[in-house]
Design a protein around this ligand. Structure first.
Ligand SMILES: NC(=[NH2+])NCCC[C@H](N)C(=O)O
Length: 407
């Protein structure tokens, strides 16, 4: 059977990738609710879109097929039945207290002329002022708060790396840390259940959004066809890694070891890929602030369950051992300077997207880290990073590989 997904490394030539072009959801950000929506600032939408288009054009110029989440989700709503099921689930998970408001929102969504408009609207969220006036008969309606939204926006959708993640031939449909992002995983559910590119194909699910513990794609790295690295972080629980390890080993995709990197629970480095990415066979970008505390556990398949070892060696030696190489080069974000490292990590200096061994996409603004990457022989492609970065994510977070060439 054919495999619609093929991702057995972080660095193999990128062939197909999934993006989301930021849309009106960014214009539904307000200062009062930024924190809950996991944003620190409000990007200027048009400029963010221009930057994002440059990202997509760069990928296309490198021969990468660019797919958009919003197109796939729209195409997955194959008929009226699936469409209504999607809208009902979406509205249930939007947590709308007023029954009438929910019904009005449903009518409004289903009246949109195309699936793409429905999907775009579902992503943007809905303000109360958009609903037609209705009679306030229930207590819920009468004492409604002045909160402006019937349905919250989903501003983090352009970080396609997180709600689901491709691993080998499979996908982990994630259970997210925050409610705002858990709603994003509905799109993954419909795409993998119904989109003709994926439905009915050989596509193991190694995690499910109904699972109770958290895991996010930014923590999931495919280091080689044998080894995965998964962060234990603000976003990913150790328990989720154990669950996923069992299903990954049961799927027999060839993965032998999972390295669990405990990076601590911090907003500033919420996922493993904000502090550590692989850029070549033997080169990694890393934020020096995690190095001191980092504890790595290796997980492999045992006779009765999982064998788990706390690794005691240096990160370099652990990587050499599991990747079967003699030497690794860690390229430190910001070089040796504490302030530069903190600033450039905050602006996703270590969140590189590798598009082929030794070739990456980076934000132009992280000049110190970029220079070090160049000196290490890595080929850089620059992306302007003024607006997109305000959501706290870089090229790796903004992309989900669907197919990479095997290496
Ligand atoms: N893979 C990543 N590092 N993603 C970054 C996601 C940023 C987003 N604002 C969040 O807090 O969830």
């Amino acid at each position: 059977m054919s495999h619609p997904i093929n991702v057995f490394s972080e660095i193999g030539k990128l062939k197909t990738v999934l993006l989301h072009r930021p849309g009106k959801e960014l214009e539904n950000l307000m200062p009062d609710y930024l924190e809950r929506l996991l944003f620190d600032d409000i990007p200027y939408l048009e400029q963010a879109q221009r930057e994002h288009d440059q990202f997509a054009e760069l990928l296309v110029s490198k021969g990468v097929e660019v797919l958009y989440l919003e197109d796939l989700a729209a195409e997955a709503l194959l008929n009226d039945e699936i469409k209504e099921k999607f809208v009902d689930q979406y509205l249930n998970e939007a947590n709308i207290k007023s029954k009438t408001a929910k019904q009005k929102a449903k009518e409004l969504l289903l009246a949109l002329p195309t699936n793409r408009e429905l999907i775009d609207k579902s992503m943007a969220g809905m303000q109360k002022v958009e609903l037609p006036k209705f009679e306030l008969s229930s207590l819920t309606d009468m004492v409604e708060s002045d909160y402006p939204f019937v349905i919250d926006p989903m501003p983090n959708l352009y970080f396609t790396r997180d709600p689901f993640a491709t691993i080998g031939h499979g996908v982990s449909l994630n259970h997210m840390y925050a409610e705002t992002r858990n709603r994003e995983t509905i799109y993954g559910q419909y795409i993998f259940d119904f989109h003709p590119r994926f439905a009915g194909k050989d596509l193991p699910r190694v995690y499910d959004r109904d699972d109770s513990t958290r895991i996010e794609g930014g923590d999931e790295l495919v280091l080689s066809k044998d080894v995965l690295a998964i962060g234990i972080s603000q976003r990913t629980d150790a328990a989720s890694i154990e669950k996923m390890a069992k299903s990954i080993f049961a799927e027999n995709m060839g993965f032998k070891h999972i390295l669990a990197f405990n990076i601590g629970e911090y907003r500033k480095f919420m996922h493993l890929d904000t502090v550590f990415t692989m850029v070549d066979y033997d080169k990694f970008s890393i934020h020096p602030e995690i190095e001191g505390e980092l504890v790595v556990y290796s997980i492999s398949e045992g006779k009765d369950g999982l064998d788990i070892i706390r690794e005691e060696d240096s990160l370099e030696n652990i990587l050499c051992k599991y990747l079967n190489i003699d030497k690794v080069h860690l390229i430190r974000c910001g070089g040796g300077n504490l302030t530069a490292a903190a600033r450039e990590q905050w602006n996703d200096g270590s969140n590189t997207l590798t598009i082929a061994p030794g070739e990456v996409i980076v934000y132009d603004r992280n000049t110190i880290t970029n220079k070090l990457l160049e000196e290490a022989g890595v080929k850089l492609n620059y992306l302007p990073g003024s607006e997109l970065v305000r959501g706290r994510g870089g090229p790796r977070c903004m992309s989900m590989p669907i197919i990479r060439e095997d290496i």
